[in-house]
Design a protein around this ligand. Structure first.
Ligand code: SF4
Length: 191
């Protein structure tokens, strides 16, 4: 299977519930959506098959991997997952094709850009692009352990204040509280 691989590198997870976890990131190029704030250079990639990827991963000496993007689920990931089965695998996805991976990946984090149905994931990160309280409460019908609202940066402005206000309002109404998500790797200027 050929994959368009943007980069493979070892770092620390800079966001979400696995913050600080040492992982190898396999970043795929390409996505089924086209968000205006997207920071992946989709035109930059090497074509690699699952064996090429395994070789790169083995050089990096780490037990955990996160598949990220771009959007990893636009590819048939099963040949790759089979070769990587001795690793802990997480995935970061926009959720559009995520159902195929329920029960087959150790940790699933989604950042939906459209309303989703039948979500069985470990983590949700909603980007605060003019979200309102109902956008967040919609996801209360699913049993999601880790729920985050992500601060959005546009032209150097971080909407932290607006995100705090929304967080306060939604957490008055729910038991399992939402948390703020920031991309610490950007602040630390690490990958
Ligand atoms: S879903 Fe993610 S990878 Fe796809 S365009 Fe939006 S921000 Fe970029």
């Amino acid at each position: 299977m050929k994959y368009k691989i943007n980069e493979i590198f070892k770092s620390f997870q800079g966001e979400g519930a696995n913050l600080g976890k040492e992982v190898i990131f396999i970043r795929f190029s390409g996505c089924n959506l086209n968000c205006e704030w997207c920071d992946t250079e989709h035109s930059k990639y090497n074509e690699m098959n699952e064996h090429d990827i395994l070789k790169e991963v083995e050089k990096l000496n780490c037990k955990s991997i996160i598949l990220t993007g771009g959007e990893p689920t636009i590819y048939n990931l099963f040949p790759l997952l089979f070769l990587l089965k001795k690793y802990w695998i997480g995935i970061e996805s926009n959720g559009a094709n995520i159902k195929a991976f329920y029960g087959k990946i150790d940790y699933i984090a989604v950042s939906p850009k459209r309303k989703m149905f039948n979500l069985k994931v470990d983590e949700i990160r909603l980007v605060n692009d003019n979200l309102n309280i109902d956008d967040m409460l919609y996801y209360e019908k699913f049993d999601i352990k880790n729920k985050f609202i992500s601060v959005l940066e546009k032209d150097g402005y971080f909407n932290l204040k607006e995100t705090f206000e929304l967080l306060g309002k939604v957490n008055e109404k729910v038991k399992n509280k939402w948390r703020i998500n920031e991309q610490y790797h950007k602040r630390l200027k690490i990958k």
